[in-house]
Design a protein around this ligand. Structure first.
Ligand SMILES: Cc1cc2nc3c(=O)[nH]c(=O)nc-3n(C[C@H](O)[C@H](O)[C@H](O)COP(=O)(O)OP(=O)(O)OC[C@H]3O[C@@H](n4cnc5c(N)ncnc54)[C@H](O)[C@@H]3O)c2cc1C
Ligand code: SF4
Ligand code: SF4
Length: 473
């Protein structure tokens, strides 16, 4: 069977197990299955590619239960984002098939000091979480904060912050695998009201868990979503260390996006700080895997994702990736508010001058995430039309390979291949102690990708000469 043959129809499974989700490459590593397992031996652990996966005895991994089938965010039997959003935001006055149901959308940043300077973008996530704490609407916020690698948890971990200093210490985006199993256990153990910050698939998992577990439903009272392009593996920063000349075993602190108001916001700069305090800094575009769109180190589940903007979150935040905002190094958010209560907080703060936000419509929001929507609408339809072993995901986008320009198809295929092979090549480089194996392969893969996607170099000339139709990017 060729890649271009339509996918055969397969009977829907009655129930699914964690093992089936992992084997099908659909596990994003959220930890929801471990959080609800009545099995002390179930845990989240690192796999060989630096991604988080559930592990445990066959009685956990192999057991296909109704509860798991309803709550794993990638289970074909779980409710989808449209169904969850309809239940959560039935009264929402606005809706759009790409950004979901909502009350209002805005572009701008926090005016109150110093959220914007401390945040990756306009500081809105930390501000809303802080406002929920300040107004006494929650006692704790589950979000992702730096961790010392000696702890064995990696460089970042979900934690519950209970005061403003703790919360603000966790600002900034972490493109790093984390799981929620620990914080969900803490929320179950300690009464109170909580907010959870997460990427769209994690927010879906929390909403599904809330429906399953009355204690979580009562205690998790707000979910704050981050827009999402895709999740990287932990190897990405190991690769950065190889290329930046940092001693991997000495790296203590990782910054994915150093903020510099004098440079465009979309010029990402990474910084690795070593144990002796010395730091290595490099712009992402000088790194072989630093072009976000090429898909290096992407989790395979992201190939089957259709939620770009956290459609089931009370409020969702992204970067305003359109001019003039992309060039404003201070960072600018685009925000979708879905919950009337949170909208009230936002409107009050705009009135008091604590937030500097202007209303925008859904077309503006979609424009800021144009590449993400291409990858997860047209690209997803195309990928779903390919044959796939094991469990098939059930998405809101129908499989389709017709009417997609040949160049676009090539881009989607290359991205899929780069993400799959980057894991394998980095694994090989690590096993053999030869980083150049990975770096050399990546440089070549990137050159081909840039030729196809942007018409760069000799490959680009060839693509033009062959008149392969379709837009790049
Ligand atoms: C994997 C990933 C992919 C993303 N892709 C896109 C994209 O394609 N387009 C786009 O516009 N925006 C994307 N974002 C969101 C963007 O990077 C910013 O997080 C967002 O604009 C909010 O910025 P801020 O300044 O308001 O947040 P800040 O004030 O800096 O606060 C960020 C908050 O998010 C928490 N946090 C950070 N990383 C994670 C994580 N991995 N999981 C859960 N919580 C976390 C922090 O603990 C902190 O509380 C992505 C974020 C992540 C983590
Ligand atoms: S996606 Fe989440 S719930 Fe599903 S198997 Fe992976 S860790 Fe478990
Ligand atoms: S792209 Fe989708 S599946 Fe992947 S991390 Fe983001 S929200 Fe989750």
């Amino acid at each position: 069977m060729s890649l271009l043959d339509p996918a055969p129809k397969r009977a829907e499974p009655k129930l699914v197990s964690p093992d089936a989700i992992v084997r099908a490459g659909l596990c994003i590593g959220c930890g929801s299955c471990v959080a609800q397992a009545n099995n002390g031996a179930a845990a989240m652990d690192w796999d060989a590619y630096g991604q988080k996966k559930p592990i445990g005895p066959a009685s956990f991994m192999g057991e296909a239960t109704e509860a798991f089938s309803r709550t794993c965010p990638f289970s074909p039997l779980a409710r989808n984002e449209d169904q969850l959003a309809l239940e959560r935001f039935a009264e929402a006055p606005l809706s759009d098939p790409r950004i979901g149901r909502y009350e209002a959308a805005y572009v701008g940043a926090v005016a109150e000091p110093d959220f914007r300077a401390e945040g990756s973008s306009g500081g809105m996530v930390s501000w809303v979480a802080a406002e929920l704490l300040r107004q006494g609407l929650v006692e704790g916020v589950a979000h992702v904060a730096p961790e010392l690698p000696e702890t064995g948890n990696g460089f970042f971990r979900y934690r519950i912050s209970r005061d403003l200093d703790e919360l603000r210490g966790g600002a900034k985006s972490r493109y790093y695998p984390v799981d929620m199993a620990g914080v969900i256990a803490q929320i179950r153990a300690v009464p109170g009201r909580y907010a959870v910050v997460g990427i769209p698939c994690f927010i879906k998992a929390v909403n599904l868990l809330r429906e399953e577990d009355p204690v979580l439903k009562e205690r998790i009272v707000f979910v704050l979503g981050l827009f999402c392009g895709h999740m990287k593996s932990a190897r990405m920063i190991e690769s950065f260390a190889w290329q930046m000349g940092a001693e991997w075993s000495e790296v203590q602190k990782v910054e994915y996006r150093l903020k510099n108001p004098d440079r465009p916001a979309n010029w990402y700069t990474a910084q690795l700080t070593q144990r002796d305090g010395s730091a290595r800094t490099q712009d992402w575009w000088h790194l072989v895997d630093g072009d976000w769109g090429s898909g290096f180190f992407m989790n395979s589940a992201c190939n089957y994702c259709d939620d770009v903007v956290a459609e089931t979150a009370d409020i969702a935040f992204g970067d305003a990736w359109v001019e003039p905002y992309s060039s404003d190094g201070r960072g600018t958010n685009v925000v979708i508010v879905r919950s009337p209560l949170v909208h009230g907080l936002v409107k009050n703060a705009i009135g008091e001058g604590r937030l500097d936000l202007q209303p925008v419509d859904h077309e503006f929001v979609v424009q800021t995430q144009a590449a993400g929507f291409r990858q997860r609408r047209e690209g997803l339809a195309y990928r779903l039309s390919w044959p796939k072993p094991g469990l098939r995901p059930k998405k809101r986008v129908a499989p389709n390979q017709h009417g997609i320009a040949p160049r676009r198809k090539l881009i989607y295929m290359m991205r899929f291949g780069i993400s799959a092979w980057s894991h394998r090549m980095a694994w090989l480089a690590k096993q053999t102690g030869q980083p150049r194996l990975y770096v050399g392969w990546s440089r070549a893969a990137l050159a081909v990708y840039h030729g196809v996607a942007y018409g760069r170099g000799r490959i680009g000339k060839l693509v033009d000469k062959l008149k392969i139709k379709g837009e790049g990017g």
